[in-house]
Design a protein around this ligand. Structure first.
Ligand code: PEP
Ligand code: MG
Length: 322
């Protein structure tokens, strides 16, 4: 089987009936690049930049960040690289920021909320990204967006930094797509409004499931409620994909669900454009998608959206694909 997958290394990901989707990888540092290339990744669908900030005692400098972003962009040789701006908080802490303890860190002062307030830190990261943008195909993505205003503010700050760089004679790409993580239910619900303003969505199911089901993703006692195949989650995913397509935009998914063998048939049927997963899952997913018909999976998706429980959904997927 492994040998079969290896043959798919340099192939595009195309369904049995000729529909192309993009398979990308989630990475945390430039060191992960080799794994992506060795596994036939068509893109970086999520570069989690928080690792640059963690395991040290002060913020990384603009130049230090620039070098990392440039290395990833150059390493991917023109293939898309979606870089997510700092998503700290929740389970990921930065002791040197001296933030107060919170009752509910996952619902607290984190990610874009923190960046919009600690603007020096945010602007430094954005400058590093803008300077690196000329070395490849950069797309910038904001995490934990819950309102349109947050997106508009973050975009405004990005444009301000871009203008400053350009007027100082620094080269910045003019083709940087700007997107958001859809990982908070409020954003999924008004995806139609967001779709008019963003260039793309990436669905972060790790958090979207926890917030929709009100089940802490780290808490074993409630893990039975952490249900990727719950029709409530699938309907939200459909809303987001449909909203993006209506505006001519694209939707990816970078949560664990994107690499899940049972979820892939449904996601293909719902029209997901890009799947981003751990590099080691890419070839297996490509082999699976080659054997699926998009038209048939559309019917499966339609069917599972009307089911009532996780168990029924799993049953239906197995029946349609195994
Ligand atoms: C997610 O929430 O699905 C996601 C990809 O981000 P993280 O796991 O880093 O929160
Ligand atoms: Mg998340």
């Amino acid at each position: 089987q492994k040998a079969e997958w290896a043959k798919l290394m340099n192939e595009k990901t195309v369904s049995k009936d000729g529909h192309h989707v993009e398979l990308g990888a989630n990475i945390g540092t430039p060191n992960d690049l080799k794994g992506v290339l060795d596994n036939g990744g068509e893109a970086i669908g999520l570069y989690r930049t928080e690792f640059l900030y963690m395991g040290r005692d002060q913020l990384p400098s603009e130049d230090e960040q620039f070098e990392s972003y440039k290395a990833v962009l150059e390493g991917m040789n023109g293939k898309p690289v979606v870089v997510r701006t700092l998503d700290i908080g929740g389970d990921k802490k930065l002791p040197y920021l001296n933030l107060p303890e919170e009752m509910n860190p996952f619902l607290g002062f984190r990610a874009i909320r923190l960046c919009l307030e600690e603007q020096d830190m945010f602007r430094t990261q954005l400058r590093a990204l803008l300077r690196a943008s000329v070395y490849g195909n950069l797309k910038i993505m904001f995490p934990m967006i819950s309102t349109l205003n947050e997106f508009r503010q973050a975009k405004q700050i990005l444009l301000e930094e871009k203008d400053k760089l350009v007027s100082n004679g620094v080269n910045v790409s003019d083709n940087i797509e700007l997107g958001i993580m859809v990982e908070i239910p409020s954003t999924a619900v008004i995806a139609d409004q967001f779709a008019k303003e963003v260039d793309f969505f990436s669905i972060g199911t790790n958090d979207l499931i926890q917030y929709t089901m009100a089940a802490d993703r780290m808490n074993e006692r409630v893990s039975y409620l952490y249900q990727p195949y719950n029709p409530a989650i699938l309907r939200l995913v459909k809303m987001v994909i449909d909203a993006s397509h209506k505006e001519g935009k694209w939707t990816g998914m970078c949560g664990e669900m994107a690499g899940d063998e049972l979820a892939i048939p449904i996601l293909l049927g719902l029209g997901l454009d890009e799947f981003s997963m751990s590099a080691s899952s890419i070839l297996k997913a490509r082999a699976q998608i080659k054997n699926l018909s998009k038209a048939e999976m559309e019917k499966l998706a339609e069917q599972v959206l009307q089911l009532q429980t996780t168990e029924e959904v799993i049953e239906a997927v197995k029946k349609a694909t195994l």
